[in-house]
Design a protein around this ligand. Structure first.
Ligand code: ADP
Ligand code: MG
Length: 618
């Protein structure tokens, strides 16, 4: 199975063959780009020596924008024309938006693509793929300038819990930026790559990633250079921003700010972050916020943020349980994400796992560095032996079965790539089509899971209920993208789709999209023939029933009468289905059964006509 392969460091190919590749950590708060130079992975800085690019875009007009520190400065000046935390909207539909607190309701619209769109004060309208693409382009330009050439490919990291739609949206953003995606890599896995190569240690490791807006915990087993991801968990709405919010709340209270003063609240958030970051290195800071001047201490903010840190530990406990690992079996804890600089976070993580966490590699850079190492291998600058890596799928993938139940085909935490098949059968006699509804999630009821796609397998030969053998195969590639194949094995009829992102499209729209991958013309033709056959069936039923009523009892034995009657019932039932062939067959059976009856009726009517007439007259 699997796998991302990495060879020993320092064995790059000849300089003239060296292809340019980069790893990109496309973060909610900050992004970075890294590359392998002279056998060493390093992040790339801008002209001012800054490595981190805030994932913030300031739009001056539709195609005039700035990304990063400059854009972030504008957040305090004209927040209405600045977009941040766009990663939260990636691959999401408008229906998910009420959970996303960074964007106000009046800022969000449904754009033409079906994606949510962000409308700025200057009327510029952008969807999440476009905004992410602008960030990616800026990063790629930095790399191309530094390296003096075009990038041959990139590895982009995504949170482990990103679903199909979110992964696809990330790929789309890269494509829009003109980048070739070598692979999407889970962020914790990238961190493991960075550390694994450096230390080569063995055992069970926890990757604790607390960024600005997200928390990820992954349990990995490292053995003879092979990483296996045992489990992943976390919270997509928990991070350093929550620290900021809690501290901002305190500031707003101190300064008696009006509850609907949007500008002051924005300022409080920015101030809060500065205070938090400063208190990582010092014990107290002077604070000037609007009318309030005061002092804040580390102990004070630790009290404010402790409940948030505790929430991450709860996630850790749950994920360890998923992995079937006891806390004292964990050998090392890798710290990832800017928020792991907070001393309280380090302390509490150490208390929880009972080992001092690893912080050798800059927690901001570790993901980008791992991605760069991957990119360097995938572009072909390394021979591919040595290290294998397994990723897992974060949420179970299943199919809807009768009664609205979700049947899991690939359970969560299964290593990828993976292909798994399960057999299903028809529900009705003569059923010729099967609706396949692909869902993602852990719950038993389909309505509680996330709907990924619906499509139909058509042209199943009519059989009695339960006779058809429909094999549904789920295949997840190394990027975590899902392809579903449905095949009726006795006839070989198949349908095959790659699950595309829904971007919040309605189910009908998705169905339409997916169905257009099947032949329309053929379908239309069949529909017409089916309608004709149904009309014919109704005609036969009508005619034979009328004849039975007229003189069936006189001309037929009880047995003959019942045989015709039941074949009519069968035809009636078959004609409710949509198999042309089955209806044809049922009509034939009725005709065969009533042949004798028809000729007797003929005889009878001749006899009747003859009554009272002389033979001569005829
Ligand atoms: P993301 O992965 O979400 O983009 P990062 O890993 O870049 O996020 O982390 C950003 C978070 O780290 C922000 O909340 C930021 O305030 C916090 N952070 C960065 N440096 C420090 C620091 N020195 N002390 C405390 N928090 C910090
Ligand atoms: Mg991050």
């Amino acid at each position: 199975m699997a796998l991302l392969q990495i060879s020993e460091p320092g064995q790059s190919t000849e300089p003239h063959q060296h292809k340019l590749a980069a790893g990109i950590d496309l973060g909610t708060t900050n992004s970075l780009i890294a590359t392998v130079r002279s056998g060493k992975a390093e992040t790339l800085a801008d002209a001012n020596g800054k490595h981190t690019v805030p994932s913030v875009v300031h739009y001056m007009s539709d195609d005039n924008f700035e990304v990063g520190h400059k854009a972030k400065e504008q957040q305090a000046i004209e927040p209405g024309n600045v977009i941040s935390s766009i990663k939260r909207l990636m691959g999401r539909g408008l229906a998910d938006m009420d959970k996303i607190k960074e964007f106000s309701a009046n800022q969000l619209i449904e754009s033409e693509s079906g994606m949510p769109g962000v409308v700025l004060d200057n009327h510029v309208e952008k969807n999440p793929v476009e905004v992410s693409s602008d960030i990616l382009r800026t990063l790629a330009e930095r790399a191309e300038q530094t390296l003096g050439g075009e990038l041959g490919g990139v590895v982009i990291t995504v949170p482990a819990y990103f679903d199909e739609a979110q992964r696809q949206a990330t790929k789309d953003a890269a494509q829009l930026a003109g980048l070739k995606v070598l692979r999407l890599l889970n962020e914790p896995t990238a961190a493991a790559v960075a550390y694994g190569l450096d230390s080569g240690s063995e055992g069970i490791h926890a990757i604790y990633d607390l960024g600005g807006g997200t928390f990820d915990i992954s349990i990995l087993r490292l053995q003879k250079g092979v990483f296996e991801v045992l489990a992943t968990g976390g919270d997509s709405a928990l991070g350093g921003d929550d620290f900021d919010r809690a501290i901002a709340h305190y500031l707003v209270e101190q300064a008696n700010v009006d509850s609907d003063d949007r500008r002051a609240h924005q300022l409080a958030m920015i101030k809060a972050r500065d205070i938090k970051e400063a208190l990582t290195d010092t014990d107290t800071v002077e604070v000037n916020f609007l009318d309030w001047n005061g002092q804040m201490s580390r102990t004070q903010i630790e009290e404010i943020i402790a409940p948030i840190v505790d929430k991450t530990l709860l996630s850790c406990r749950r994920t360890l349980k998923d992995a079937g690992i006891k806390v004292d079996e964990v050998d090392k804890v890798v710290m990832v994400g800017g928020s792991t600089r907070v001393p309280l976070v380090r302390e509490k993580v150490e208390q929880h796992f009972k080992v001092p966490p690893l912080t050798d590699i800059d927690p901001d850079k570790v993901v980008a560095i791992g991605a760069a190492i991957q990119a360097n291998v995938l572009i072909g600058n390394k021979s591919d032996d040595d290290m294998l890596l397994l990723d897992v799928i974060p949420l179970s993938l299943g199919v809807e079965t009768m009664g609205g139940l979700a049947e899991k085909i690939i359970p969560r935490n299964t290593p990828i790539p993976i292909a798994k098949a399960q057999e299903f059968t028809t529900f009705k006699d003569g059923q010729t089509a099967m609706a396949i509804h692909v869902v993602q999630g852990e719950r038993e009821l389909v309505e509680d899971c996330r709907s990924l796609a619906r499509f139909e397998l058509r042209g199943i030969p009519p059989m009695v209920a339960g006779a058809a053998r429909i094999k549904v195969t789920y295949q997840v590639d190394a990027d975590g993208l899902l392809q579903v194949l449905a095949e009726e094995t006795t006839s070989g009829v198949k349908a095959d789709i790659t699950v595309k992102p829904s971007y919040g499209l309605s189910d009908d729209q998705i169905t339409n999209m997916l169905q257009s991958s099947f032949s329309h013309a053929e379908g239309d033709m069949e529909a017409r023939m089916l309608r004709e056959q149904k009309v014919e069936a109704a005609r036969v039923i009508e005619a034979v029933s009328a004849a039975l009523n007229e003189n069936g009892k006189e001309l037929l034995s009880e047995e003959e009468y019942t045989a015709i009657q039941s074949s009519l019932e069968q035809l009636n039932q078959t004609s409710q289905g949509d198999s042309i062939e089955a209806i044809e067959n049922a009509i034939e059976i009725v005709e065969k059964n009533s042949n004798e009856f028809a000729s007797r009726r003929m005889d009878a009517s001749i006899a009747k006509a003859l009554v009272g007439h002389e033979v001569d007259e005829i």
